[in-house]
Ligand binder design. Structure first.
Ligand code: FAD
Length: 390
């Protein structure tokens, strides 16, 4: 029924789609613009919904990812001096799913995923330019180097600035959140009691997130309200960041000081205005190309991974790709729309003024633990019955 699907983009979403297609014998080729997948980027948190998909693909691969990263036993939101606002032991998550959220170097994760994909189906150094429709309903993909391929279908996994999406839905809009973010990997041995905690410090109109990712390496992110498109003076960057966070717990500045300048990356935070469909006939979007969200819930990558799982399991269940893509969107829409809205709201309440900060902290402290647990279980749940139908 299906043959020759072209995946554009070999980020987390594209690679996990390729791995899922390999598992279900769905024919495809993947085209990624990078010349090689080097160990670049900072860290990423992987929640149990993502880990369940990786386990479904290959338990050995999941184990390799877990061994390369750091597993949390607590997730903590604290004020700027590290006094807890909300502190969630993850033992109930461990009991329910068999593992908890973990953190890993993003480049390391990508390399492990890449290693497990059927290598002959991946083409690096291939930058998608545009598609056109052939007379027989197949599609022609043009690459920027002048080459082209014919294909039955395209999956756009090419991230928030997706060129596939720009051609498919030209009116789609990226919304700047009003916040910019620095991410870094610090050479630092974090105190034992914080080594298994994923935590964020909220306060003073700033936000700072921390997690150990491996021995002697700590991933951090710093968020501030800002005009978009500003560029750092690299030589003064660490001084500016340490001044910015001078009133925070001393750990914050220790982490910044121990980060090599070339391991600090800056990016403005944006999301995508919700689309009311992700496909048109035989072209479908997944991951950030379809539903980029602000990073406040640490769910963008996990949702790209969930997309790969559901999409690959829907394809064999329908006799044409258009129906499978349409059913996939309808199935994913409620969870995705909720998360896009919640992430944006969280980005606003994490960085706020002093008055709202007090009310926010009060409400968070009073939120019943049972409610928080229910929300997390719902977020991390994956429908395994879908895979059983294939
Ligand atoms: C500061 C920050 C922190 C985050 N933290 C987390 C976290 O802790 N947990 C989490 O789950 N998510 C997190 N996210 C979100 C996560 O990074 C994204 O949701 C995730 O990377 C989306 O994966 P993707 O494969 O859809 O897109 P991407 O990761 O953007 O991958 C797109 C791929 O397509 C390729 N590409 C682009 N254009 C072309 C083209 N024309 N031709 C060929 N290839 C192309 C790119 O090179 C890239 O490899 C965070 C995001 C930010 C900004």
């Amino acid at each position: 029924m299906t043959n020759n699907i072209s995946i554009i983009g070999g980020g987390i979403g594209g690679l996990v789609t390729a791995l899922s297609f390999d598992k279900l014998n769905i024919p495809y080729r993947l085209y990624e613009r990078a010349e090689s997948l080097k160990e670049v980027g900072a860290g990423i948190w992987l929640s149990p919904n993502a880990l369940q998909v990786l386990e479904w693909i290959n338990p050995k691969m999941l184990k390799e990812i877990q061994d390369a990263g750091n597993i949390f036993n607590r997730i903590l939101v604290a004020d700027h001096r590290l006094n807890p606002i909300s502190d969630s032991s993850q033992s109930f998550v461990q009991e329910k799913f068999g593992y908890t959220t973990m953190a890993i170097h993003r480049g390391k994760l990508q390399q492990i995923l890449y290693k497990y994909v059927a290598q002959e189906k991946i083409e690096l150094n291939r930058t998608f330019k545009a598609y056109s429709k052939n007379k027989d309903k197949s599609l022609k993909i043009n690459f920027t180097d002048g080459s082209f391929v014919n294909t039955n279908s395209i999956i756009g996994a090419d991230g928030i600035n997706s060129n596939v999406r720009k051609q498919l839905f030209p009116k789609s809009k990226i919304r700047y959140s009003g916040q910019t973010c620095w991410r870094g990997i610090s050479d630092y041995n974090i105190e034992n009691e914080l080594a298994s905690v994923g935590f964020t410090l909220w306060g003073k109109k700033l936000q700072f997130g921390v997690s150990k990712i491996s021995e002697g390496k700590v991933y951090w992110f710093a968020v501030k309200l800002s005009e978009p498109n500003l560029i750092d003076d690299k030589e003064r960057l660490k001084e500016e960041l340490t001044n910015m966070f001078s009133e925070f717990h001393p750990l914050v500045n220790n982490l910044i000081v121990n980060t090599p300048e070339n391991k600090i990356f800056r990016g403005d935070l944006s999301d995508l205005e919700l689309l009311n469909k992700w496909n048109s006939i035989n072209i479908c979007l997944i991951g950030d190309a379809a539903h980029s969200m602000t990073p406040d819930l640490g769910q963008g990558g996990a949702q790209a991974i969930e997309d790969a799982y559901y999409l690959s399991n829907f394809i064999p269940q329908y006799d044409n790709l258009e129906t499978a893509y349409y059913k996939f969107y309808n199935y994913r829409k409620p969870k995705i729309e909720k998360l896009v809205k919640q992430s944006r709201l969280t980005s606003k309440i994490a960085i706020t003024n002093k008055f709202i900060e007090k009310i926010r902290n009060f409400i968070l402290k009073k939120t019943p633990e049972s409610y928080m647990k229910k929300q997390m279980i719902e977020l991390y749940s994956l429908d395994k019955t879908i895979a059983n139908k294939v």
